[in-house]
Write a protein that binds this ligand. Structure first.
Ligand code: GRF
Length: 189
């Protein structure tokens, strides 16, 4: 199988990046991670890039035209899919339009509920009984693109923000690779 060349965008811990790297070592997994982009020089997730010898670039988002720089780097490397994994910057409409290929994101709630940040806090405050994670396409509106996969679990009375995060992330680490497999079964690009 010819794997698609992927770029993963991160800003922090990179636990989803790690799960994608691990899965992508499997021959039957549809993507190979050829590039990692971080907007934070100290992102912990960069350690996975180093550990697995994957090229990475740190982008200074205070610079004008930083998105053009990203587009140049990904076009140089023939990247055909972008996966956002905890990337804490919003991509511009122009970027999304110019890339023209799938951009995926993972969000720690059952979208369309709880778009945006501070998700766990809001879920606990709202006394939700069920939560989970969503993998979706990125469009020009925040956390609003077409949904590829959602997975859910029940919230217990004893749950708090911390336990919710742990449970959600365990689910995310299975869901992101699964969504990618599902995507490649359905579309050709
Ligand atoms: C994930 O929980 C994801 O849902 C959200 O950002 C978090 C990133 O975590 N978009 P990590 O950096 O992958 O550990």
């Amino acid at each position: 199988m010819v794997k698609k060349r992927a770029c993963i965008f991160i800003s922090g811990k990179g636990s989803n990046l790690n799960s994608l790297i691990k899965r992508s070592r499997d021959n039957s997994f549809p993507i190979k991670i050829n590039l990692i982009i971080s907007n934070k020089v100290n992102a912990e997730g960069l350690n996975y890039a180093k550990k697995f010898s994957i090229p990475f670039i740190i982008i200074d988002t205070s610079k004008k035209n930083y998105e053009i720089k990203i587009l140049n780097e990904i076009s140089k490397r023939n990247i055909s899919i972008i996966c956002l994994a905890g990337y804490m910057k919003i991509l511009s409409k122009r970027f999304i339009r110019q890339f023209k290929r799938p951009i995926l994101n993972i969000h720690p709630s059952l979208l369309p509920k709880f778009k945006g940040i501070n998700t766990y806090k809001r879920i606990i405050e709202k006394k939700e009984r069920i939560t989970g994670c969503t993998v979706h396409f990125v469009n020009e509106y925040l956390d609003s693109g077409k949904i590829i996969l959602k997975k859910s679990f029940e919230i217990k009375d004893s749950d708090n923000e911390r336990s919710l995060k742990i449970k959600t992330q365990i689910m995310e680490h299975k869901s992101y690779p699964e969504a990618i497999i599902r995507l490649f079964k359905n579309i050709n690009f």
